[in-house]
Design a protein around this ligand. Sequence first.
Ligand code: WTA
Length: 636
Amino acid sequence: MSFSSYQLNSLEAYRKAYQESLRDPEGFWAAIASDFLWHQKWDQVLEWNFREPKIQWFRGAKMNITENCLDRHLDTQGDQPAIIWEPNDPKEPHRTLSYRQLLEEVCRFARVLGKNGVRKGDRVCIYMGMIPELAIAVLACARIGAIHSVVFGGFSAQSIADRIQDASCSHVITCDGAFRGARDIPLKSVIDDALTQCNTVKKVIVCRRTKTPVSMIQGRDVWLEDELEKLDRSASFPPAESMDAEDPLFILYTSGSTGKPKGVVHTCAGYMIYTNYTFVNVFQYKPGQVYFCTADIGWVTGHSYIVYGPLSAGATTLMFEGIPTFPDAGRLWEIVDKFRVDTIYTAPTAIRSLMAHGEAPLRNKDLGSLKVLGTVGEPINEEAWQWYHEKIGKGKCPIVDTWWQTETGGIMISPIAGLTPEKPSFATLPLPGIQPAIMDEKGKELQGNGVSGNLCIKFPWPGMIRTTYGDHERCRKNYFEAYPGYYFTGDGCLRDKDGYYRITGRVDDVLNVSGHRIGTAEVENAINMHTDVVESAVVGFPHPIKGQGIYAYVICHHQVKEEMTRKNILETVTRVIGSIAKPDKIQFVSGLPKTRSGKIMRRILRKIAEGEMNNLGDTTTLLDPSVVDEIKKGKL
Ligand code: WTA
């Protein structure tokens, strides 16, 4: 039982696997799947159509993902570290959990969930900081077949309430607080605010971390440590729940072009196989190596490449509680040095922000253990790529620029470390099993190389989205309607003369701010909640560190004190969504450029925000072209 049978080891092997995956997709994935633990094998590898859409992988099979992530490694590596956890404060000791210990913790947590009434199929909202108990909570849900919905610790009470209501969660798992850099975030108190609006939640399980005072509501709130204490130590572990391959594993909310985030649903077996296959191949993980992904488990990268991918491969996954710049900009490099990290996987925005601190933070840090560098979340600009390559990888480490999405479950287009010749700012080639298509504006697939358009995928892969929670029609409309017969990614893309793919950014109204997806409509809704605001329009603009910044044009009811209103609007957005969605610039305007039918011409606003004032294209269809001059004059 090891991944050695399908870990690619040469460019030729990649090309062969790719061809094989085209010729016989079902045979290709079935061969990989046969390496895993199943309670019962499948009757059919794949059934699909993109019309409904209906996507089923390994139908009829029974399994549990946590047995594949934990139990199956015990014989060979029970005492190897599964998770190394580095706290926010470098003075606090780190923790290591072996595979055996992690399994034990997961089973104990699973029993606490059971005792508190969590049942198979229930939705559990998890709102925690980056501590081992977060990974344990996620796995404990999966162990008993509960569906986890992790909400990033930076979201506001309102955002959490929306997500809890959308999924009718019965339970919440949280912490008293979370340490993030110099800050201490009062998670439990945010949950208390959120729960004033949610009547489906029966119990809240609270893990102690920061010792922040919290209010515990009788009958609803319990301390994790008390619940663990109460367990009968002599009782044997309950068996892992036997799940259907297509039972939901988790829901993860993400932004789209409408005002309301959607709950992307992933299922058990396909997601497991896809995250495992992509993890062992893209990073070329070798047994014994230490792998460090700097993402938060609140985002899909943390789900797939801190928890499920690495653990299903028996890897050592390093989990970091803090942020790259605390206590100083050398923190990540100190961690690499301390644990002799082999692979680091991070976001371009983090690289750019560390680059801005110069080379001093790198002094006295031995980065010689690094073998593979990865990036994810947004296009990486060439300057950041070169800095990463030279200063971190010392010119000897391959960089994998991995393109994928919450909806795809795992990496889709990426170099295979050390095998695929790289080209800075190109995600390069599709992984085996992935069939990209570039579409023109008429909906025709563009053949051959040297083309650009909208990126679609034309054949299912095991890790793909199955539905959006509670609203399948929304899933169809969002991803399968624009190009019938294709999954539409929402990204623009070009394929160069060598057949290499370069992702050029979103083509819908979704921004990518510091690698976080934020819908412009969501930010507008939040701004519009402020009493002084009549209307607003939000667009992105190029930002040197964040990739994209948020530019808001706002119309107010009457003459307002601009500074005051600006502050209040920021406060409103923080309260409604969270501080990640705060506009970088707010320009007060008396009108917005609209067509005669009342549609805001965002193209014009985008150009102005980008500073391309003289190239606004046709403005003659505007109801009142004079607002454009006013907006241009007031540009921030
Ligand atoms: C963008 C994150 C360019 C893209 C895993 C996509 C990228 C969105 C890359 C998904 C990359 C992600 N190069 N753009 N290597 N990786 N993106 O759902 O626009 O948070 O659609 O998933 O990030 O963001 P999400």
